[in-house]
Ligand binder design. Structure first.
Ligand SMILES: [Zn+2]
Ligand SMILES: [Zn+2]
Length: 277
């Protein structure tokens, strides 16, 4: 799978790919590169410089220099086309050579500063690292600012929401929703003792932390959804299937993704809840 926006930002390049190491690949100590991974390797080394045949028939040409993530150590791994028809490109993984990810781990490869880097981590680590939402330390400040009136300031905060979200946009969205949860209007809401209205939280479907990647503002009534506290926490913390179901339902209820040329799968990848194959 190609790097999405979050991986591009994390690794400082959008030329990269990731996939799951299968148990078979671990046992056989070889990974068959998928279309995009193969393209990346061929572009980098040049088709004529990749050995065709088994490693032993030309160990020198089979051996390729790569950098290991994160410390950048140079390692040598064998990459070959095992068969003359060049339909399959194979990477040999080896503990001795310094790279032997376990079955079930996510391995990744990316091009940066003229080198191909490889690395691996557990799926949990990968998803935590890849979730744009984890970067939003200011979300609670923002939510508190929504639960106040111009008369009552409950959060005399020294800190400011780093993303400068406009509370008026969220309040407008709440009015448009008739003060109900936009995932399911039947969800019960308590009345806030601060603002005297049904308590809702505001969530930016395309995370506000990605504003730098878009020209149009993400802080609009199109991208903001008001949710009951349970649905909002679920979007941030629930198991993948539930988070996906809420997010896809929200995405389908407005044309916000089209405006930003994103698919539902792109959206899932921003939340690190995509299906990794
Ligand atoms: Zn949120
Ligand atoms: Zn709800």
């Amino acid at each position: 799978m190609r790097f999405g926006k979050v991986q591009a930002r994390k690794f400082g390049t959008n030329i990269g790919a990731y996939s799951v190491v299968t148990d078979r690949e671990f046992i056989d100590s070889q990974i068959t590169l998928t279309d995009y991974e193969a393209e990346l390797v061929i572009d980098h080394f040049g088709l004529g410089y990749i050995h065709v045949g088994n490693v032993q028939s030309n160990p020198h040409l089979a051996s390729k220099v790569l950098r290991l993530y994160p410390n950048g150590q140079l390692i040598h791994l064998n990459i070959v086309f095992p068969k003359p028809d060049k339909t399959e490109l194979r990477l040999y993984i080896s503990s001795r050579a310094g790279f032997k990810p376990n079955g079930g781990e996510i391995w990744f490869m990316f091009l940066k500063d003229g080198d191909i880097w490889v690395g691996a981590m557990t799926e949990e680590e990968w998803r935590i690292e890849s979730s744009e939402l984890k970067r939003d330390y200011f979300d609670s400040i923002y939510q508190e600012s929504l639960d106040e009136t111009n008369k009552i300031r409950i959060s005399k905060l020294k800190e400011r929401d780093a993303y400068a979200r406009d509370r008026n946009v969220a309040i407008e969205r709440m009015k448009l929703s008739n003060f109900s949860c936009e995932y399911d209007p039947r969800h019960g809401l308590f009345i806030s003792r601060f603002c005297g209205m049904p308590y809702l939280e505001a969530h930016h479907l395309i995370p506000i932390g990605l504003q730098g990647d878009f020209r149009e503002s993400l802080d609009t009534v199109h991208n903001v959804f008001c949710l009951c506290p349970n649905c909002h926490r679920a979007v941030h913390h629930a198991e993948k299937y539930l988070a996906r179901s809420i997010l896809s339902s929200l995405a389908c209820s407005r044309d916000v993704l089209d405006r930003f040329s994103l698919s539902v799968d792109d959206l899932f990848s921003l939340y690190a809840i995509e299906e990794i194959v």
